[in-house]
Design a protein around this ligand. Sequence first.
Ligand SMILES: [Fe+2]
Length: 340
Amino acid sequence: MQKFKKLLYSAVTCAFLFNVNIPANSTEREIKVYSGRHYNTDRGVYKKFADETGIKVRLIEAAGISLIERLRREGKNSQADLILLVDAARITNAAKADLLQPIESSSLEKDVPIGLKDPDKKWYALTRRVRVMVANPKVVDINKINDYTDLANPSLKGKVCLRNRKSPYNQSLVANQIVNKGQQATKTWLNGMISNVSQPFFPGDISIVRAVSKRKCGVGIVNHYYVARMLAGVNGRRDTLYAKKTSVITPNPAHVNISAGGVAKYAINKAEAIELLEFLASPEGSKGLAAPTFEHPLKEVNQNQIVKNFGAFTPDKVTVDDLGSNNSMAIRMMKDAGWD
Ligand SMILES: [Fe+2]
């Protein structure tokens, strides 16, 4: 009897271990997300989705451009189900490169406003970010800077700092101006603004805020949430002090960019990918992504006081699709104007 009990015990133990060791049984649903959104707080939103649906989310993070390259390289063998990218240029380029597939979802159509989704249904915006100007009132007269075009004013000679041409954020801003103001006006703006740049072009938005604060220049262009994160102390005390010495100027209307998602062309778990995308674009999901990163959700405005202090913003009428179609021309015009 003792021997039998022992045998039974090991059988039960084995069965238990066996179950645990099997990575996924046939009924377990999961989804692989390739994300260019590099925020730890996104994980909380995935967890909420996993708890509610029982669908396991496996996350692979990489910078936007390398994610696109990786998808290209992997082709049909890619494990990616859902692709998340920041910036209009990146998501529209992913669609152009045939890395995404069109989907039908009435909930996405309802939750994502017009202008923030692909007319071909391959991608949908999830969060919004405003491209603002950051200025040092001790260096420049902030009352004379209202719009991006003001950075071309000859009085700002040597006082403008810009991020380099590779940044999709600036490519999308230039594309935005091409649509808004036309090619000729954009060319004039670019030539004037670039001739005001005395520093080498910067690698990131945060370094621009620091340079403006340290009076290395008087004004630069950044995404609003970088300043908010610095003010909130996310990057440490020193950056909070830097950001405090600057003023944020929001043009009216303002260029608004997005982070967005689409289902991978060769998604194995397509239904699950659509389900997660729907959750991320829903009022709850979008707010879950945007609130802790100081971005704006799709339909509301971030309620954090730091962001509210930047003032209200009115998005201009340029669609994300338009930004994508003008991306190559924007890069060409930046190059011609000497934007390195
Ligand atoms: Fe960013």
